[in-house]
Design a protein around this ligand. Structure first.
Ligand code: FES
Length: 154
């Protein structure tokens, strides 16, 4: 069942939509913010509230990079691996990040602090290489500045 807080936030969003199902992406974002990731149980809770099946919600969720269907750490680092970032130093940045955190892409650090995921163009190509931590975008990231960025997230 959705929590009272989740319902209150979702009810506010629902006012903008003609049909409850239209709010499914917002609903998943809200629930993910509260629960970190979207388990089958979370989709069931959302589905009951919006009148949708888990399969329908799963189909939408898997289409969006920013909706997580597997457990993630407290913070998610998404590193852009599209062409401009690739040319501007993606590989060096990725390797620095992986070495620093002791994980491979797609993995979560043992202290549950960070999950690192690849992502397609974040629309910040003029400041490549780019990465995003949670909802914050960082451009012109170098192996030297990545440490300073990570330090902001506990
Ligand atoms: S290619 Fe990385 S932000 Fe566009």
């Amino acid at each position: 069942m959705l929590s009272a807080e989740e319902k209150a936030e979702l009810d506010r969003e629902l006012q903008q939509y003609p049909a409850r199902q239209s709010a499914c992406i917002d609903a998943m974002k809200i629930v993910q913010r509260h629960r970190r990731w979207l388990s089958d149980e979370a989709l069931r809770d959302i589905g009951e509230y919006l009148g949708m099946s888990v399969a329908d919600l799963d189909g939408v969720a898997t289409f969006y990079n920013l909706l997580f269907r597997k457990p993630v750490g407290r913070h998610v680092v998404m590193i852009c691996d599209s062409v401009t970032c690739w040319i501007m130093g993606y590989e060096k940045l990725r390797d620095t990040l992986m070495n620093r955190l002791g994980v491979s892409l797609g993995e979560t650090t043992s202290d549950d602090r960070f999950t690192v995921l690849p992502i397609v163009c974040l629309g910040n190509c003029d400041k490549a290489p780019t990465l995003m931590v949670d909802r914050d975008t960082y451009g012109n990231v170098s192996p030297e500045t990545v440490e300073e960025i990570l330090a902001r997230y506990k």
